[in-house]
Design a protein around this ligand. Structure first.
Ligand code: DLZ
Length: 160
C-alpha cells in the first residue's frame, strides 16, 4: 500500500508486551537533518508512549544513511541492546547516487538484524522531494518515526 493511502502514525499496538525492561538503540543520519530530527522526535515519543523507559533509549548519530548499517551494527552487537531503530532520509538528486545509497542502506540494515537476531528497523524515507519527506516526518502522512518505534515494539513482543 502506498504511504499516501495510510497514515504512518496510525499503528495497531494492541497486545504488545511490557517494554519497560527493553533497551533500544536509535541511529540517526545527519543528512537532511530537519527530516531526521523530526523522525527522531516521533520515534522517541512513540517508544515512551508504548512503555519504554527514557533511560533505556540510547542515540547514536552517523553522517549519512549509507552509514546507518554500521551504526546499527555497533549497537546490535551489544548484549544489553534489544532492538535498534535506524532513521534516515534519502532524497532523489540528479545522479544515480540515490539508488546506491538506498540499496546499500536497506541491505546493510536488514543484514544486521539477521546477523544479530534482533529487530533492526528500517525507519528510512526514500523520496523524490524534501516536501514528500516532510509530509512523512510529522506532516500530512504522519511520521515514519512513529511507525519505526511501533514496529520495534511489535517485533520485541512477537519475539517474547
Ligand atoms: C552523499 C549523499 C547524498 C548525495 N545524499 C544523501 C541523502 O539524500 N541522504 C543521506 O542520508 N545521505 C546522503 N548522502 C551521504 C551518504 O549517505 C554518505 O554519508 C556518504 O556517501 C559518505 O559515505
Amino acid at each position: 500500500m502506498a504511504t499516501s493511502l495510510k497514515n504512518l502514525s496510525d499503528q495497531n499496538t494492541t497486545g504488545i508486551a511490557d517494554m519497560s525492561g527493553f533497551k533500544f538503540g536509535i541511529v540517526v543520519s545527519e543528512w537532511n537533518e530537519e527530516v531526521t530530527e523530526a523522525l527522531y522526535s516521533g520515534t522517541l515519543e512513540t517508544l515512551l508512549q508504548l512503555g519504554a523507559n527514557r533511560e533505556n533509549i540510547e542515540r547514536v548519530d552517523v553522517p549519512g544513511s549509507f552509514e546507518l548499517g554500521l551504526g546499527a551494527q555497533w549497537l546490535a552487537k551489544r548484549e544489553d541492546i534489544d532492538a535498534v531503530i535506524t532513521l534516515g532520509c534519502v532524497i532523489q538528486g540528479e545522479t544515480r547516487h540515490f539508488d546506491f545509497i538506498c540499496d546499500a542502506c536497506a541491505n546493510g540494515i536488514m543484514n544486521v538484524g539477521l546477523k544479530y537476531d534482533k529487530p533492526v528497523i528500517f525507519g528510512v524515507l526514500t523520496t523524490n522531494t524534501q516536501k514528500q519527506a516532510l509530509d512523512r516526518a510529522g506532516g500530512r502522512h504522519g511520521n515514519k518515526g512513529d511507525e519505526a518505534a511501533a514496529t520495534a515494539v511489535k517485533m520485541l513482543s512477537i519475539k517474547k
